[in-house]
Unconditional design. Sequence first.
Length: 266
Amino acid sequence: MLTVALDQGPIERHAPQAALSRLDEVARRAAAGGARLLVCPEMSVTGYNIGADIERLAEPADGPVGLRVRRIAAEHGIGIVYGNPERDGDAVHNTSFLVSATGELLAAYRKTHLWGPMEQEHFRPGDAPVVQADFDGIRIGLLICYDIEFPEPARAHALAGTEFLVVPTALLPPEDVVAETLVPARAYENQMHVAYVDRCGSEDELSYLGKTCLIAPDGTELARAGSGEELLFARVDPAATTAARRVNTQLAERRPDLYASLTEAP
């Protein structure tokens, strides 16, 4: 059983140091509440709607931001999923990182489906569809925001053994259907826990939806935020995945021989 904290908080644009100070405090509160893993929104350190500043603020995985987050995780004894623009040579990626409760970098996932002109101009898409790590005996997989709106990435995770899919996001209104209908459907159709973690408040001309949630493998809503700042707590139970896959047998009864055309470009 894994207790998870989901941080639906505000963001100060272009203010990584303020975001890291806030992360330190939220990690302390999450650990005090019994959580072993804290999940933050997409691009949680820099803010999402930062345009050309992506180039200026991007840094390698082992840059100052990454090292600071690892120290925060180790100090409070809690794993952290956070987002930051990642520089790799000439390329910049929209990346989510999973850090262990001892401060070890366990996984780094680069967003594969870029949404809108801002992302497509400033980021290079990742090319690894499934990124996973074992955390407290649970196989955790990572996607980011728009990725979950395609059925294939979540299904690829299910087939690769992901039990808990973590999806940081920066969802905007009026896309309530994504948080309220599509994310629960992904959990149900793949029989795995899905955490979908948005921010709240406004960032320049963008206002974020909120509605952060944790959905069980049978589609049950385990936790749901409103539109304001919240730190949610919920539990991920591996036994629920086993039970859901025993009752809902879609994964075992797939007919891959019939689906080849689904992977062909239109």
